[in-house]
Design a binder for this molecule. Structure first.
Ligand SMILES: [Zn+2]
Ligand SMILES: [Zn+2]
Length: 353
């Protein structure tokens, strides 16, 4: 089959690789109908986590809408031809940690993530024609009728991630809110947050078209490079700071910005994927502002997929609105560079093998 293989920083290539096969009776093999690129894929693409991947072998991608083509003998919930999706991480649904709702930390899969290198289970990614799904009964899901193929992509990662962060923020009707990082997941979170508060929602980013999108979604855009962030926050919050801050940028600087703009006793929800090994956050500031941290960088997407599907089928959220580009597998090496550079209005890239 053809798959996008990582070779080094900024260097992915479409190559012929071995077809995945049933290795365990709990496996399912799926044919990718459509897939997409996530902001977290950029850590791999940019070569920032080479210690976690196998250049020349690692394939990327963890967001998918697919068709079942082969079913292991121990799998009960799926048949050939079923239209399915999976959460970005593999979970068995049976171990104690899964039953606590911490599906991203499944003891059986060992925190395996599709297309995220050797450190996370060494599984094939979705930027490929076929994918092996281990422990399929535990986390593979049927795509409900009424959800089109592209919308189904958002069940894997972005929409559950947005929901989990917004839920953990516990936004009250009079809360001011800030979303740091107005990419696809941030934009979905802005929509969810808008339905929960009548107050100002600030959207912090540095990419002009993302800020424009945030404005369309009812948020007040804040350009972190050119605006006086502290002054804008003070004006929007009667000088106190933001009640609920949701951070999706996944960078130390963004997290520190969250600490700086949250009011005393306020809440910071960390929904971003932080793969930097070390970044300076002042515990002094956290303690002496009585800040509450609610961290979901390793979001338990499986637990939010059913409700995410309801958000789409009922029309509350139209996730395709964040799609900016549609490319073929062959175009991924070029398109990924543009996505990484945020060129050409790149927001969410959908891939058809
Ligand atoms: Zn993702
Ligand atoms: Zn488990």
């Amino acid at each position: 089959m053809r798959a996008v293989v990582y070779h080094g920083a900024g260097d992915v290539r479409v190559e012929d690789v071995a077809d995945p096969t049933i290795c365990d009776p709990n496996d399912v093999i799926v044919r990718t109908i459509t897939t997409s690129m996530c902001g977290s894929d950029l850590y791999l693409f940019n070569g920032e986590v080479d210690h976690m991947v196998a250049p020349g072998r690692t394939t990327l991608g963890h967001e998918i809408c697919a068709e079942v083509v082969e079913v292991g003998s121990n799998v009960g919930r799926f048949r050939v031809g079923d239209r399915v999706t999976f959460p970005y991480s593999v979970s068995c649904g049976r171990c104690a940690t899964c039953r606590m709702g911490q599906t991203a930390h499944c003891e059986t899969s060992g925190k395996a993530i599709y297309g995220f290198g050797v450190a996370f289970g060494d599984l094939g990614g979705s930027h490929a024609e076929y994918v092996r799904v281990p422990l399929a009964d535990g986390h593979l899901e049927h795509v409900p009728e009424g959800i089109d193929d592209e919308s189904a992509l958002f069940l894997s990662c972005n929409l559950p991630g947005a929901m989990i962060a917004v839920d953990s923020a516990d936004i009250r009707p009079t809360d001011t809110v800030a979303v740091i990082g107005a990419g696809p997941t941030g934009q979905l979170a802005l929509q969810l947050a808008r339905s929960r508060t009548g107050r100002t929602i600030l959207a912090l980013d540095r990419v002009p078209d993302r800020l424009a999108t945030a404005r369309r979604l009812g948020a007040q855009p804040v350009d972190v490079e050119h605006d006086d962030v502290a002054a804008i926050v003070a004006e929007a919050t009667e000088g106190r700071g933001v009640d609920k801050v949701i951070e999706f940028a996944g960078r130390g600087a963004a997290f520190n910005q969250a600490v700086a703009i949250t009011r005393p006793g306020g809440v910071i929800c960390g929904g971003g994927v932080h793969l930097e090994q070390d970044f300076g956050v002042s515990l002094f500031d956290l303690y002496f502002k009585n800040l509450q941290l609610r961290l979901n960088g390793f979001a338990n997407a499986a637990t939010a997929m059913w409700e995410a599907g309801r958000l789409i089928t009922t029309g509350v959220i139209a996730p395709r609105s964040v799609v900016s580009h549609r490319v073929t597998l062959d175009e991924v090496p070029t398109a990924a560079k543009a996505f990484a550079a945020r060129e050409d209005g790149f927001n969410k890239m959908v891939i058809r093998p």
